[in-house]
Structure formats: C-alpha cells, structure tokens
Design a protein around this ligand. Structure first.
Ligand code: NAP
Length: 403
C-alpha cells in the first residue's frame, strides 16, 4: 500500500482524488499495490465541498500528514511560505514530494532540490509548468544528451485566453478580462497572470533546467499584457500577425538572456496556432533539434493528471534526481535585441517625434496614439527612450516581433 498525504483540496486537489478513484484498478495493475489517500490537509475542515471524501480524512493539522503511513506528499495548496515549510518538514521526515505550486518551486528551486537529494526522496513538479503538458520530464531526459540552447513557451492560459479573444472578437482588454473572470479563466485578482509573474515563474523553472544553471526570477525581464488595447490589436492584425505572451530563455556564450514579453507572431507560424487557454512549450537541443509540446496549461483534471504521472514515477523509481545544473551563467540581457512594436499614449511635448525617430523604422499610426515599428534595437535602448519620454508602464505598450 502506497500512502498519499494531500495538501490542499481545491480545484487540483479534487482532480487528484477523482483520478485516483477512477483509475484505481489500472494503477494497481501497474504498480502491484494500492495507492490510497491517508490524509488531506485544508485550511477549513468545515467548508462545504463539491467532493465527498472518506470520514476522518480531512485535517487542519499538518502533523497528521507526517504519519508513517504517508509515503508521498502531494502539495496542491495556493499558499507560498507556509506550504514551503510543510514541504521542507515532509522531506526531512523522508516523504517524497510532488507539487504543482510554481511559486514555491520558482522561489526555492535549488534549496528544495538539494534537500530532496540529502534526504533521498523524490521531488517532482511537472504540473508547475504547462499544467497538464508533460514537458519537464522530456526536458530532463534531453539535457543528458543535449545542450539546450533555447526554451520558449506560451505558459499562461489566462493571458492566452484574453489575447485570443481580443484578437478574434475585436473586444477591448477590460471587456475580455471580465468575461474571463466570469468563466473562471481569470482570477478575481488577475495581476499575477496579466502582469506576467506566473509566466516568469514557469520560465525560471524551465530555463534553470534547460540551460543547466541558476536563472532566478530577478534575472528575467518582464512585460505583461495588461496595457494592451483594441488599437494595438487592430495594428497587429494589419501586419498579418497575432500576439502572444511568450517566456523565452536563450544561451549566449557562457551566459543567458531571459525575458517574458508580448510577441507579435506571423499568422502562419507555430505559436500563432496556440489559442484560448492552451499552452505550448518548445525547446531546442543541439542533437535532438526543436521539440514542441502542446496541451492544457491548467484545469482540474489535466493538472491532476500531471501530478499523478509524477506519483507513478516516484513509486516506480523512474524519476531523475539532481537534474539542476551547476553552471554559473552570466546574465546577458543587455543583448536582447529585435524589432519592436511600440505604442504610446498621447504625450504632450514637441520632442516626442524626434526622440522616437532614434529607434523608429516605420510609423504605423499617428493620431489618438502614436505607434511605430522600430529598427532592430536593443531592448535596453528602448527602455532608455521610454525613460527619456517620461512614460510610466501604463502609458505604453511594447511587443517584440518574434523571429
Ligand atoms: N488550478 C489549476 O489549473 C492549476 C494548474 C497548475 C498549477 N496549479 C497550482 O496548484 C496549486 C493549487 O491550485 P488550485 O487551483 O487547486 O487552488 P485552490 O482551488 O485555490 O485550492 C487551494 C487549496 O489549498 C488549501 N490551502 C491553502 N492554503 C493552505 C494552507 N496554508 N494550509 C493548508 N491548506 C491550504 C485550501 O484549503 P481550503 O479548501 O480549506 O480553503 C484549498 O483546498 C496552486 O499552487 C496553483 O498554482 C493550479
């Protein structure tokens, strides 16, 4: 009998309970033993829930999770610091850990990885990047045989849903965000998604694994999608293109560049076909070439499915340990370079056209807003121009032409 301790019984936790129940026989036939949930930790044991669990299984006391019957702890809470401490304590008690919590993995990646090795326990987090898409396991396999030079992805379903709907239905940002919230595609407080922090955390995990060196949250440049408007979408459509929020990390000599930003993508290129709440991750290895992964980036069952794949790998002892590299990589973000779409809100001052002319290749529109396509320019140079114009983040929208 394999005992599971579940931390959290929200969307994903319920999915874990449901799939474990539905696939009980298939799991037993593969693993030759039962997999059974022993305890479930929640904040409020009296809360009304949409799922029935056996009597006495819910607890609000973490010590119950450390029971000797529990072999694997599945962490699917929405909490950061307290759940991080739970993971540490569980690892120190010899429990294997599976988590979907990208905030924890991103913030404490190296530390938790080392602790798992020290304690001889598994630490898997497939669901933390790309939800239901199995991408970290193939990435870990390929780093053995390849130098990974690039990882890229559409990593946030909320942003992709908003951008797809603005694009297809010619709606403005606020209207689509409201609908996304009503349909459950966006949280009541959507800032972590639309400002790009969620994508940044996933890129931090992907980039550290892929490039085999520590790339922290602070190493990644960040632009979100919360300033985009219907005017931008109309301009982008005229260029036979669409727009996606992309996280991208690239090897540059002994260093890396890493950025999360909206990118303008030709309608006939691959990422343009990733729509709605779907996610996609691509990486390039020197031997395998480019690999692309596509699927549901979130949701109860896809995410729970990824978690239970990790659980199977732990039980079958087929997971990889210590796959974080220890290369010291320099941050070369000053090398980020390309052609950009820049729209600025009307700004007073006669100097504006002059300042913009330093970077502009083509004026796309001039009227209510000024929008330009820049020459091939360093991103830092564009930030200099924005500073010179005295623009705050909510007074411009910037997107790179994807190459
Ligand atoms: N939802 C997705 O599609 C998805 C996809 C990929 C990854 N994830 C990640 O998976 C995790 C869970 O997401 P979710 O959507 O299932 O969240 P959720 O629906 O908000 O559920 C969170 C659960 O965690 C419990 N909880 C929160 N803080 C706790 C604490 N300090 N101690 C004990 N229990 C605590 C809550 O207890 P109560 O029920 O008592 O309030 C609740 O059951 C998050 O880290 C998220 O980033 C989610």
């Amino acid at each position: 009998m394999i005992g599971i301790g579940l931390l959290g019984l929200g969307t994903v936790g319920q999915g874990v309970v449901e799939i474990l129940e539905e696939r009980r026989d298939a799991l037993k036939s593969l693993l030759k033993e039962d997999v059974s949930i022993k305890k479930i930790l929640v904040r409020d044991i009296h809360k009304k829930r949409n799922i029935k669990v056996s009597e006495g299984i819910l607890t609000d006391d973490f010590q119950d999770i450390l029971d000797e019957e529990v072999d694997i702890v599945i962490e699917v809470t929405s909490d950061l610091e307290q759940s991080y401490r739970y993971i540490v304590e569980a690892m120190n008690k010899g429990k294997h850990i599976v988590t979907a919590n990208k905030a924890i993995v991103s913030k404490y990646f190296e530390e938790l990885n080392e602790l798992s090795i020290k304690n001889g326990v598994g630490f898997l987090y497939e669901a933390s990047v790309g939800g239901g898409i199995p991408v970290l396991k193939p990435l870990k396999e390929q780093i053995v045989l390849n130098d990974i030079d690039e990882v890229q992805g559409i990593l946030n379903g909320t942003c992709n849903y908003i951008l797809t709907n603005m694009f297809e239905r010619d709606l403005d940002y606020d209207e689509v965000l409201r609908t996304a919230q009503e349909l459950g595609y966006a949280e009541a407080d959507p800032s972590a998604d639309v400002q790009g922090h969620d994508t940044l955390r996933k890129l931090r995990i992907l980039a550290t694994l892929g490039l085999q060196g520590k790339i922290t949250e602070e190493d990644i440049l960040l632009e979100g999608i919360d300033n985009i408007n219907a005017f931008d979408i109309a301009q982008i459509k005229r260029l036979d293109s669409t727009i996606k929020l992309i996280g991208e990390a690239k090897r540059r000599g002994d260093g890396f560049t890493a950025v999360v930003q909206p990118m303008i993508i030709k309608n006939d290129s691959y990422f343009a076909s990733v729509n709605g709440a779907f996610n996609s991750v691509a990486f390039k290895g020197n031997n395998v070439g480019e690999l692309k992964f596509y699927g549901s980036g979130a949701g109860k069952l896809p995410t729970a499915n990824a978690i239970l794949s990790d659980v199977i790998d732990i039980i079958m002892d087929s997971h990889r340990e210590n796959s974080l590299g220890d290369d010291v990589l320099s941050n070369e973000n000053h090398m980020i370079h390309g052609q950009y779409y820049l729209r600025i809100s009307p700004v007073a001052g006669e100097g504006v056209p002059n300042i913009l002319s330093e970077i502009s290749e083509e004026i796309l529109a001039q009227g209510e807003y000024i929008s330009i396509k820049t020459k091939a320019t360093g991103l830092y140079k564009i930030y200099d121009v924005l500073r010179e114009l005295g623009l705050s983040k909510d007074e411009y929208f910037l997107a790179r032409f994807f190459d």
